[in-house]
Ligand binder design. Structure first.
Ligand code: FE2
Length: 313
């Protein structure tokens, strides 16, 4: 068996999925994340397999991000812009461009499944994040199980409790129903007093509890990271009950709805979720993005405004 995680201890088994677990890994020197490898990935990724984003630099939680495009640039040029500009690139399907990233994903989950009894994951995904010095990612929650792997550079990761007031039940339901952009979640600066703060150096990763809100701030250097996400039967049950609750709340205006995932009410909710075209593993419907800048090495921050157009993914 490969050993990607280098400091696993027996007690992590009990913590995994329940609390944040920070671990060390051996991917910081992997050939999959060198400039050459990333430049090749950027060049080969089709339009539907990347996002490039820009947010104005502000202290604290950044404003809503803008969506851009990459045109007529080599992967190497793009990396230069990331190093000196203010953008972040999300490669959403590296495994379809180079199967080695798919193999890495398989190896990672094989290792966790070997170490955590009863952990069986599916619909796994790996996405790569290449981001400029000091870039931040806005407060948000993700729908599937999530981990963040730091490969190059250092970032500060704030993880907040997956409970109200940090995430309300209606906000979670809207997120699952696709009615709330993940980065439009309500945030207050005082939330930070209740966050776990992890300084993720190259060679560290964090796995945190389901739907835990989080935000990220890069230190002053290029950052290369990747996320892994997955589903399990248990995560799916939570998804189903929150999905159904969202539908019931919308239809009836109910205030109090149980989040229990067992018993009669759970099964009737599961049936309801099925009745309204419940698609547990495809939570994100097609999204429309407005592309309004192009990556440009000559422009300030590497970002040139263009006439906006819609991009549906
Ligand atoms: Fe996230």
């Amino acid at each position: 068996m490969s050993t990607i995680i280098t400091d696993w201890q027996q007690h992590h088994e009990a913590l995994f999925g329940q609390h944040s677990v920070e671990l060390s890994h051996n991917l910081a020197n992997s050939t999959l994340f060198t400039d050459e490898a990333l430049a090749a990935l950027i060049e080969k990724s089709p339009r539907e397999a990347y996002h490039v984003n820009y947010s104005q630099k502000t202290p604290g939680n950044p404003p809503r991000r803008r969506e851009g495009e990459i045109k007529d640039l080599s992967g190497k040029d793009v990396l230069e812009v990331v190093k000196t500009g203010n953008i972040w690139i999300n490669l959403t399907a590296p495994a379809s461009v180079n199967p080695a990233y798919g193999d890495l994903l398989e190896d990672i989950y094989a290792e966790f499944e070997d170490r955590v009894p009863g952990f069986k994951s599916y619909k796994r995904r790996l996405t790569i994040l290449i981001s400029s010095p000091n870039v931040s990612v806005k407060y948000h929650s993700d729908v599937p199980g999530q981990s963040l792997w730091q490969v190059r550079g250092t970032k500060k990761l704030y993880v907040y409790p997956a409970a109200k007031p940090f995430i309300s039940q209606p906000a979670l339901e809207k997120l699952i129903l696709g009615q709330l952009r993940e980065t439009d979640m309500p945030y207050e600066p005082w939330y930070d007093d209740y966050a776990e703060v992890h300084m993720l150096d190259a060679g560290k990763m964090l796995h945190w509890p389901l739907n835990g809100p989080h935000r990220v701030v890069n230190e002053n250097m290029l950052n290369v990271s990747f996320t892994t996400e997955h589903w399990t039967d248990e995560l799916r049950r939570h998804y189903a009950v929150n999905y159904a609750n969202g539908v019931i709340r919308k239809a009836t205006g109910a205030q109090k709805l149980s989040q229990q995932v067992t018993g009669l009410s759970y099964y009737s909710k599961l049936a309801l979720a099925g009745a309204v075209k419940f698609t547990p593993l495809n939570p994100q419907k097609r999204k429309e993005y407005k592309v309004d800048f192009r990556v440009d090495p000559q422009a300030p921050e590497g970002v040139r405004d263009i006439e906006g157009y819609a991009f549906v993914k």
